[in-house]
Every structure is written in structure tokens, then in C-alpha cells.
Design a protein around this ligand. Structure first.
Ligand SMILES: C[S@@+](CC[C@H](N)C(=O)[O-])C[C@H]1O[C@@H](n2cnc3c(N)ncnc32)[C@H](O)[C@@H]1O
Length: 252
């Protein structure tokens, strides 16, 4: 596994022109297809074969799990879904003969969480069902918090209070591992925001506070700034071997 930590943002795409052309074509196709789906309905419809589909991001799970401190006893997982990052952590714990931590997950898609429980009946895992913007996360409870491929669905304004809550939920010295899809340039951010606006407006059933599934990647330096505004003292960028994806390591 090749990973590297940087203080400055590393390039995210090997061929920027092709990536922007592909993203533009994808958005055009999706706008023709119609309204954005509500978040948990989107994932529930795709529960069959979900883990196999997500294995295209396999290195993200291994890299994120490898950064969870070996002495972590209490772990928070935001948007845990079927728990692919927990599967990766389980492999590491078995290999290194160390205990699997107590885990509190938060997710809003019951069908995926059912799969997580079925995979790990022997572990101390509790998933709070609901939105991580609202579910109480506690105060100074966790040694480490992780989130993989979930928070990119939201705006920076929505992330600030969430990151503050994650900061409060961590013990002093704790770390937040935010592994996600990030934009390679400002043009990609704008295209994706426009995509979200158009297809959210097509969904006439979604309430003002409802979430739709449309990717809204941000520049990782903007996300790092929000993490710092939330209180984190240092944020590192870690490459994970998947184009367009980084692990942000935020230290309390
Ligand atoms: C792409 S999946 C990633 C799941 C898992 N971390 C993984 O990488 O396999 C995104 C997950 O985030 C959850 N999610 C999205 N928005 C959420 C929110 N506001 N609160 C809680 N969970 C949310 C979805 O239900 C879904 O399980």
C-alpha cells in the first residue's frame, strides 16, 4: 500500500482535461435521466451488490483503517453503511492480534446497516439510525472518528457544524479520518454544485431539509479550512491510491 501525507494539496487527477470532459458528459446524462433520488432511497435501491460495487475504492478502506490508532478503544463511524472500513479494520486487528474497538456508527439507510450487523455479529458495534447532522455524538467519547465516501454529499456550510460536533465528540489528542471524493479544480466544484441544484429542484417530493444523492465534491483545501475552523489544530492530506480521493487526517 503506497500512501503519503502532505501539508499541501497533491494533484488529484492525472488527466484533468479528460476528467472534466467525462464529468460534464456524466452530468448531462444524469440531468436527462431526471430528478435526484432521496439519499436513503438511493442506497436502499442499490443494497444488492453494494459491497462489490464499492470495492473499486478498496484502497480507501485499507488506508483509512491503517490510520486508526492501534490503541483506539472507542471509534465513531459517520455514514458507516455496510461497514467496509470496519471490515478493513477487522482484517488489520486479526493480522496484528489486537482487539477490535467498540464502534458507534451513524447512518440513515437501514438496508445497508442490516448488512453491517450481519457481517459482524461478534463485535461491539451500535449504529444510531438517523442523520449525522442531528444524532447526538456525545462529548469526548471517542479516540478516533472515521468517515468514508459519505460527507461529499454536503455543502461546506453544512459541514462546519458537523465537524464541530465531531471535534467535541473526540477525546483530546483524538483524530478524525475523513476519506472522501474531492474535486480536482474549482471548475469541477461549480459543475457538481450546478448538477445538485438542477436535479434537487426536479425532485418535488423532497422537503426543505431532505437530502438527495448527488455528489458535491469540494476542494480539499476548503474542507481542511472548515476542519480548522471547527477547532482541529492540524489537517494533513493523505493519498490513498484512488483518483479523486484523499484521506484528510484532522488532529484535535
Ligand atoms: C457511499 S456510502 C459509504 C458507506 C461506507 N462508509 C462505505 O464507504 O462503504 C454513503 C453512506 O452515507 C450515508 N449517509 C449519507 N448522508 C448521511 C447523513 N446525513 N447521515 C447519516 N448517514 C448518511 C448513506 O446512508 C450511506 O450509507
Amino acid at each position: 500500500m503506497i500512501t503519503k501525507n502532505y501539508h499541501e494539496l497533491p494533484p488529484l487527477r492525472s488527466d484533468m482535461e479528460k476528467h472534466l470532459a467525462d464529468t460534464r458528459a456524466y452530468i448531462t446524462q444524469m440531468c436527462e435521466r431526471g430528478a435526484a433520488e432521496e439519499m436513503s432511497e438511493f442506497f436502499t435501491r442499490r443494497e444488492d451488490g453494494y459491497d462489490e460495487h464499492m470495492m473499486q475504492f478498496a484502497p480507501c478502506y485499507d488506508v483509512t483503517a491503517s490510520h486508526i490508532p492501534a490503541d483506539c478503544k472507542n471509534l465513531l463511524d459517520l455514514g458507516c453503511g455496510t461497514g467496509l472500513e470496519l471490515d478493513a479494520l477487522d482484517r488489520i486487528c486479526k493480522r496484528e492480534n489486537r482487539p477490535f474497538p467498540r464502534v458507534v456508527g451513524v447512518d440513515m439507510t437501514q438496508a445497508l446497516v442490516d448488512q453491517l450487523y450481519a457481517k459482524h455479529p461478534d463485535k461491539d458495534i451500535t449504529v444510531k439510525m438517523g442523520s449525522y447532522f442531528e444524532v447526538p455524538l456525545g462529548t469526548e467519547m471517542f479516540d478516533c472518528a472515521v468517515s468514508v465516501e459519505s460527507i461529499h454529499h454536503f455543502s461546506l456550510d453544512e459541514k462546519l457544524p458537523l465537524f464541530r460536533r465531531v471535534y467535541d465528540a473526540l477525546k483530546n489528542g483524538g483524530i478524525f479520518l475523513q476519506c472522501d471524493y474531492f474535486a480536482a479544480c474549482e471548475e469541477e466544484v461549480e459543475m457538481c454544485e450546478e448538477h445538485w441544484r438542477i436535479r434537487r429542484a426536479m425532485n418535488h417530493d423532497i422537503g426543505e431539509d431532505g437530502f438527495v444523492h448527488v455528489d458535491r465534491p469540494k476542494m480539499a483545501y476548503d474542507e481542511a479550512a472548515v476542519l480548522k475552523e471547527a477547532g482541529f489544530s492540524e489537517v494533513l492530506y493523505c493519498t490513498v491510491g484512488v483518483e479523486g480521493t484523499l484521506l484528510l487526517i484532522a488532529k484535535k
